[in-house]
Structures are given as structure tokens and as C-alpha cells.
Design a protein around this ligand. Structure first.
Ligand code: URA
Length: 306
């Protein structure tokens, strides 16, 4: 006979199982007090600004009068009850802009916007108003850069994580703490480096950014390199190394070697190393990263320059 204690334990187990399932599906961070029902966009045309419903005040709305119900066919599945949520402009949560254009148009718009920026602040403002990258719709914040506005060393990672998204800066979570230790090991602090990523918004569930998302953000990254004017680029992990070095090899092949690269109109020397997250997961890999950091230290001191 179930008691109220066993049923409370059962529901706690069910809630824990449901949360574990959400986490496995990629919903691993709570960014608002209310869940967003993206399906409630309903018939809003693609690209339109989606005003998030105010769930507290959501009321059922009458179905549009003009539209007659579709005739039932014998093979049609039973109609699901439709939940109509009033799409009202609300001042509480910000509106989310889904990209209105295709990837080619978005890349073109990114190029135009980036080219027109003459300072790092202008570039940040242009990025903030750029709606061509789909990642923006699901992220909480733009994570542009951390560290110095212009620097001799620019560090380029993959994509902001959950902590970064909350704070609005790249590499402030566990990976950032590991990165800070790697830089401190060769005497570098935030004042000497400019830290950014190949995409500026957190991909949902921390997935790897798609090639399309990377290409759309690339004009901004190129302009960022031109404005920061680094002598050295440190590329963290495979996706960053592959896009900057234009190589398809994995990070184990790419790491530890210097490359002369031209990004936009700026020439620099680039070296790839292991991503800090990889060092957290596989502490033995720190040996390789340490070798790379020593190579960077030597280059900074002008030792062994070609
Ligand atoms: N945080 C970032 O900003 N970039 C990464 O690649 C990982 C975590």
C-alpha cells in the first residue's frame, strides 16, 4: 500500500529522471524563470521578431474567425488539442530575432557590418545588432571578448559555454579558469591578451558550432583580428585551429607548429594547442599543452624566430 512518503519519493525520482533527460537533450542551464514554448511561435512567419509570451498573463485566444476547420479525412490523425497562447508584446523578456536571411545573405551582411567598424567598440555594437546568426536566438548574451582591446597575443577558442553566456564574456567558466592557468604558467595575465571565440553566442547544449554558424561569424572575427593587431594567435582546440589555419586535420596533428597566417588584412603567427576543456577531461594531455606554451613563451621572447 503506497504511503504519502513513498509517493513523495517516487515523484522526486521522476523529477530527477526528467531533469537528467533534459540535460542529456542539451537543456543544461536555466536561463529564465519560465520555460519558453518555441512551438508557441505558431504561424509567425520565419524571420519575424518573436515576442515571448508572458506566461503569467497568457490567456487562451479565440481561433481566427476567417478560417474554416479543415475537413476530416479517414486517414488523418486525430487532431491534437491546440493550445493558443496570446502573442502579446511584453516588456519583460527580450524579443528573439530569428535570422531573416539565408546563410549567404547573412555572411554578406556580416561582411558589410564588420567592414564598417573602425574600433573594437564599434565592432561589438555591430555584432550586438547583427541578427544573421541563429545562435543568437537561443543564447542569453553576446560574448565578444575578454582581456585587452589591443594585444600582442590573441587567444581564439571555440564557443561560449553556460557560465560565459550568463556573464556575457568568453572563457569565464571552468575552461576559462584552466586557460588562465595555462597563460599564467608563461607569465601572461588578462592585460596582455585578447580572448575570444570563433562564434560569439553559446550553442544550445554546448554543441560544436556548425560550419555555417562559424562562416557567418567569420567576417566579424577577421575584422576583430585586424583591429586587435596581434603578433601571435593561440588557437584552442580543433574547430578554432581548422578555421584559422584552413586545415581539415584534427588538433593532435595541428598543434605545436607555427604557421604564418593572414586574417583579413592582418599578418600574424599562429599556433594551435589543446583546448582547456580537453585538459580538464584528460589531465595527461597537459604535457603536450605545456610544450606548446613553452613554444609560445620562446616566440614572445624572440627565441628561435625564423
Ligand atoms: N568558453 C569559451 O568562451 N570558449 C570555449 O571554447 C570554451 C568555453
Amino acid at each position: 500500500m503506497p504511503t504519502s512518503e513513498t509517493s513523495a519519493a517516487d515523484s522526486a525520482r521522476h523529477v530527477a529522471a526528467l531533469l537528467a533527460w533534459y540535460r542529456n537533450m542539451g537543456a543544461d542551464a536555466a536561463v529564465g524563470h519560465e520555460a519558453i514554448d518555441w512551438l508557441a511561435r505558431g504561424e509567425v512567419r520565419p524571420g519575424a521578431t518573436f515576442e515571448m509570451p508572458d506566461f503569467g498573463a497568457a490567456k487562451p485566444v479565440a481561433p481566427p474567425r476567417a478560417r474554416a476547420p479543415a475537413p476530416a479525412t479517414p486517414s488523418a490523425p486525430p487532431a491534437r488539442p491546440r493550445v493558443d497562447v496570446q502573442m502579446v508584446p511584453t516588456s519583460a523578456p527580450p524579443s528573439r530575432q530569428f535570422p531573416t536571411s539565408g546563410p549567404d545573405e547573412a555572411t554578406l551582411a556580416a561582411r558589410e557590418a564588420a567592414k564598417a567598424a573602425n574600433t573594437i567598440e564599434e565592432l561589438q555594437a555591430r555584432l550586438a545588432s547583427f541578427d544573421g546568426c541563429g545562435l543568437k536566438a537561443t543564447a542569453k548574451s553576446l560574448c565578444f571578448y575578454r582581456g585587452a582591446g589591443t594585444a600582442r597575443i590573441m587567444v581564439i577558442g571555440e564557443a561560449p559555454g553556460a557560465e560565459d553566456d550568463k556573464v556575457g564574456k568568453p572563457f569565464v567558466g571552468p575552461a576559462g579558469q584552466m586557460l588562465d592557468k595555462m597563460l599564467a604558467a608563461i607569465g601572461l595575465g588578462e592585460a596582455e591578451v585578447h580572448i575570444t571565440n570563433i562564434v560569439y553566442w553559446r550553442p544550445p547544449g554546448n554543441r560544436t558550432p556548425t560550419p555555417q554558424e562559424v562562416l557567418i561569424c567569420k567576417p566579424f572575427l577577421e575584422r576583430q583580428v585586424e583591429l586587435v593587431k596581434p603578433e601571435f594567435l593561440i588557437l584552442l582546440g580543433g574547430p578554432s585551429a581548422q578555421i584559422i589555419l584552413a586545415e581539415a586535420e584534427g588538433i593532435m596533428k595541428l598543434r605545436g607548429k607555427w604557421h604564418d597566417v593572414t586574417i583579413g588584412a592582418h599578418a600574424a603567427r599562429a599556433i594551435a594547442t589543446l583546448h582547456p576543456t580537453q585538459l580538464i577531461r584528460t589531465p595527461l594531455a597537459k604535457r603536450m599543452a605545456w610544450r606548446d606554451m613553452l613554444a609560445i613563451d620562446a616566440a614572445l621572447k624572440g627565441i628561435g624566430k625564423k
